[in-house]
Design a protein around this ligand. Sequence first.
Ligand SMILES: NC(=O)c1ccc[n+]([C@@H]2O[C@H](COP(=O)([O-])OP(=O)(O)OC[C@H]3O[C@@H](n4cnc5c(N)ncnc54)[C@H](OP(=O)(O)O)[C@@H]3O)[C@@H](O)[C@H]2O)c1
Length: 358
Amino acid sequence: MTKIAILGSTGSIGTTALRVISRLKDFQITALSANGNIPLLNRQALKFKPKKIAVGQKQIEDISLIQDADIVLIAVVGFAGLKPLINAIKLKKRIALANKESLIVAGDLINRMLKKYNAGIIPVDSEHSAIRQCLEGKNIREVSNIILTASGGALRKHTVKELQKVRVADVLNHPTWKMGKKITVDSATLINKGFEVIEAHYLFGIPYEKIKVVIHPQSLVHGAVEFIDGTIIAQMGITDMAIPIQYAITHPKKFPPITKKLDLASAGKIEFLRPDMRKFPCFALAMQAARESGSMPVVLNAANEVAVKKFLDGKINFMKIPRLIETVMKRHKTVKNPDMDDIFRLDAETRRYAEEIN
Ligand SMILES: NC(=O)c1ccc[n+]([C@@H]2O[C@H](COP(=O)([O-])OP(=O)(O)OC[C@H]3O[C@@H](n4cnc5c(N)ncnc54)[C@H](OP(=O)(O)O)[C@@H]3O)[C@@H](O)[C@H]2O)c1
């Protein structure tokens, strides 16, 4: 029996992971957690009978929650995922990481900890899962570029004028993926693609200039790697997070999928387009924070979390999201090599400041 703890079990990734695990033999759930959706957590607890359940941020930070598990799936959204990730590394767990924000804010320190504790991360994000699969058995020195595909989000075809007027419902209507609200907004602003570039940099140790983004509206090719001989190896599959989740928790073994398989003959048109990021300033802000590095990605992430919440609560319009992030980043003086205490302090300070901006 492989024992697995799922933090954020009531979310989009968490519920899909439970669907995957229900169909796999030899997996036992040891812990589940939620933030506010207690009725669903209750139903999950009755069905999967975990030894422990946790509610809220404080409880998921308790190291004993994951002590029993062989694999920890971190499917909590936002900065709240950082402490559980640190705990899982310290306990040398196998980590299936959906929570990308923890790598954005602390990628360097997390990589140092992974080395120190000899722990490993398998990414759940579909693009990074794809790239990892393309890199299997390959020499990283022979990679010339890694390629992240982007559907372009719900607003790819909107003009700048139309972007001023989009409503929450327009943004939540993602064309190809069904996800939690925060990442759906992040996909529409394209900050998510910026986050994914940073995530790829830390997961694969690839410099930023070798990470490319290509628009691929059909979301069938999830990621690709170009090698020095000009060969490109790509990974394909249907748009269902059940596939990368299953890969992350069963690796290195493979099992039949719980979803239908991709039928290439009926896949239809597959396009790759050069991205036009000018309409989406959040992508440029994420790249600016990545180049600046140090504490700037912490500030980027905290400002974005506050801005997205304000947008979802109807307090600011869509184009105010990048403006708020930019204002907060402009005011920040980068700390070169922040330690974990700096990161937690700066996250809290940035949130307080960002909250005051209208
Ligand atoms: N969804 C996707 O397809 C997808 C794809 C790639 C990467 N990711 C990444 O995976 C993570 C989860 O995304 P999601 O779409 O599954 O999010 P989601 O649907 O919003 O679910 C988030 C989960 O975390 C819990 N949670 C939220 N805030 C918390 C807090 N402060 N403390 C403790 N628990 C908290 C939620 O509990 P309640 O339900 O009780 O609120 C829920 O279980 C994100 O980092 C996202 O970027 C998601």
